[in-house]
Design a protein. Structure first.
Length: 152
Protein backbone atom coordinates (compact mmCIF):
# COMPACT_ATOMS: atom_id res chain seq x y z
CA UNK A 1 0.00 0.00 0.00
CA UNK A 2 2.79 2.42 0.94
CA UNK A 3 4.58 1.47 -2.26
CA UNK A 4 1.51 2.32 -4.36
CA UNK A 5 1.14 5.73 -2.64
CA UNK A 6 4.80 6.52 -3.28
CA UNK A 7 4.42 5.59 -6.97
CA UNK A 8 1.29 7.76 -7.35
CA UNK A 9 3.08 10.67 -5.70
CA UNK A 10 6.05 10.20 -8.05
CA UNK A 11 3.77 10.26 -11.13
CA UNK A 12 1.98 13.39 -9.85
CA UNK A 13 5.34 15.20 -9.62
CA UNK A 14 6.40 14.24 -13.12
CA UNK A 15 7.58 17.31 -15.11
CA UNK A 16 7.58 18.20 -18.79
CA UNK A 17 10.01 16.50 -21.13
CA UNK A 18 12.38 18.47 -23.30
CA UNK A 19 10.42 17.52 -26.42
CA UNK A 20 7.16 18.82 -24.93
CA UNK A 21 8.80 22.11 -24.02
CA UNK A 22 10.31 22.46 -27.52
CA UNK A 23 6.90 21.83 -29.11
CA UNK A 24 5.28 24.53 -26.94
CA UNK A 25 8.07 27.00 -27.75
CA UNK A 26 7.71 26.24 -31.48
CA UNK A 27 3.94 26.83 -31.33
CA UNK A 28 4.42 30.13 -29.49
CA UNK A 29 7.04 31.14 -32.09
CA UNK A 30 4.66 30.41 -34.96
CA UNK A 31 1.86 32.39 -33.32
CA UNK A 32 4.18 35.36 -32.76
CA UNK A 33 5.37 35.10 -36.37
CA UNK A 34 1.79 35.41 -37.59
CA UNK A 35 0.49 38.00 -35.13
CA UNK A 36 3.64 40.09 -34.55
CA UNK A 37 3.67 41.92 -37.90
CA UNK A 38 -0.01 42.85 -37.51
CA UNK A 39 0.60 44.30 -34.07
CA UNK A 40 3.61 46.28 -35.31
CA UNK A 41 1.60 47.63 -38.26
CA UNK A 42 -1.13 48.80 -35.89
CA UNK A 43 1.46 50.46 -33.66
CA UNK A 44 3.03 52.30 -36.59
CA UNK A 45 -0.37 53.43 -37.90
CA UNK A 46 -1.25 54.75 -34.46
CA UNK A 47 1.98 56.79 -34.39
CA UNK A 48 1.05 58.46 -37.68
CA UNK A 49 -2.44 59.22 -36.33
CA UNK A 50 -0.94 60.59 -33.12
CA UNK A 51 1.32 62.93 -35.09
CA UNK A 52 -1.65 64.20 -37.11
CA UNK A 53 -3.66 64.83 -33.95
CA UNK A 54 -0.76 66.66 -32.30
CA UNK A 55 -0.30 68.85 -35.37
CA UNK A 56 -4.01 69.70 -35.30
CA UNK A 57 -3.66 70.59 -31.62
CA UNK A 58 -0.70 72.86 -32.43
CA UNK A 59 -2.75 74.49 -35.19
CA UNK A 60 -5.56 75.27 -32.76
CA UNK A 61 -3.10 76.67 -30.24
CA UNK A 62 -1.46 78.79 -32.95
CA UNK A 63 -4.86 80.19 -33.93
CA UNK A 64 -5.49 81.20 -30.30
CA UNK A 65 -2.03 82.75 -30.17
CA UNK A 66 -2.88 84.70 -33.32
CA UNK A 67 -6.17 85.95 -31.85
CA UNK A 68 -4.36 87.23 -28.74
CA UNK A 69 -1.26 88.72 -30.36
CA UNK A 70 -2.31 89.51 -33.92
CA UNK A 71 0.45 87.36 -35.39
CA UNK A 72 1.83 83.84 -35.47
CA UNK A 73 5.13 83.03 -33.74
CA UNK A 74 8.15 83.55 -35.93
CA UNK A 75 10.31 80.62 -36.99
CA UNK A 76 12.94 81.66 -34.43
CA UNK A 77 10.34 81.83 -31.63
CA UNK A 78 9.01 78.44 -32.71
CA UNK A 79 6.36 76.40 -30.99
CA UNK A 80 7.97 77.27 -27.65
CA UNK A 81 6.15 80.62 -27.88
CA UNK A 82 2.95 78.68 -27.19
CA UNK A 83 4.11 77.67 -23.70
CA UNK A 84 6.57 80.36 -22.56
CA UNK A 85 5.82 84.08 -22.52
CA UNK A 86 8.30 86.45 -24.08
CA UNK A 87 8.58 90.16 -23.38
CA UNK A 88 8.60 90.78 -27.14
CA UNK A 89 5.10 89.33 -27.57
CA UNK A 90 2.48 91.83 -26.38
CA UNK A 91 -0.95 90.34 -25.72
CA UNK A 92 0.38 86.86 -24.95
CA UNK A 93 -2.25 85.10 -22.78
CA UNK A 94 -0.94 81.54 -22.74
CA UNK A 95 0.19 78.96 -22.18
CA UNK A 96 -1.68 77.69 -25.22
CA UNK A 97 -0.62 74.06 -24.75
CA UNK A 98 -1.28 71.96 -21.66
CA UNK A 99 1.65 70.56 -19.76
CA UNK A 100 3.95 73.55 -20.07
CA UNK A 101 6.09 72.06 -22.84
CA UNK A 102 5.95 71.28 -26.53
CA UNK A 103 5.69 67.52 -26.99
CA UNK A 104 7.94 65.64 -29.38
CA UNK A 105 6.47 63.68 -32.25
CA UNK A 106 5.66 59.98 -31.67
CA UNK A 107 9.18 59.02 -32.81
CA UNK A 108 10.76 61.35 -30.18
CA UNK A 109 11.85 63.97 -32.71
CA UNK A 110 11.07 67.67 -32.42
CA UNK A 111 8.43 69.07 -34.74
CA UNK A 112 9.71 71.51 -37.34
CA UNK A 113 7.93 74.89 -37.38
CA UNK A 114 8.23 77.55 -40.08
CA UNK A 115 6.44 80.86 -40.27
CA UNK A 116 5.62 81.90 -42.84
CA UNK A 117 5.24 78.56 -44.57
CA UNK A 118 5.02 77.98 -48.30
CA UNK A 119 1.76 79.69 -49.33
CA UNK A 120 0.37 79.34 -45.76
CA UNK A 121 0.87 81.43 -42.61
CA UNK A 122 2.78 78.63 -40.88
CA UNK A 123 3.85 75.03 -41.36
CA UNK A 124 4.32 72.31 -38.76
CA UNK A 125 6.10 69.13 -39.87
CA UNK A 126 6.96 65.78 -38.34
CA UNK A 127 9.67 64.10 -40.39
CA UNK A 128 8.36 60.62 -39.55
CA UNK A 129 10.20 57.60 -38.24
CA UNK A 130 13.61 58.48 -39.70
CA UNK A 131 13.60 62.12 -38.55
CA UNK A 132 14.82 63.22 -41.99
CA UNK A 133 13.01 65.40 -44.50
CA UNK A 134 11.29 63.40 -47.22
CA UNK A 135 10.83 59.67 -47.15
CA UNK A 136 8.14 57.11 -47.80
CA UNK A 137 5.89 54.89 -45.70
CA UNK A 138 6.74 55.36 -42.00
CA UNK A 139 9.50 57.82 -42.87
CA UNK A 140 7.10 60.08 -44.81
CA UNK A 141 6.68 63.65 -43.60
CA UNK A 142 3.44 64.61 -41.88
CA UNK A 143 2.62 68.27 -42.42
CA UNK A 144 0.06 70.92 -41.57
CA UNK A 145 0.57 72.79 -44.84
CA UNK A 146 -2.05 70.84 -46.78
CA UNK A 147 -5.71 71.74 -46.33
CA UNK A 148 -6.13 68.65 -44.16
CA UNK A 149 -3.28 67.50 -42.01
CA UNK A 150 -1.73 64.51 -43.74
CA UNK A 151 1.30 62.96 -45.26
CA UNK A 152 2.86 65.24 -47.83
Amino acid sequence: MARRARGARHEAQRGFTLVEMLVVIAIIGMIMGLIGPRVLTSLNESRVKTARIQIQSFSSALDLFYLDTGRYPTTSEGLAALVRPAATIPGWAGPYLKGGNVPSDPWSHAYAYRSPGQQVPYEIVSYGADGQEGGVDLAADISSSSTTVGVR
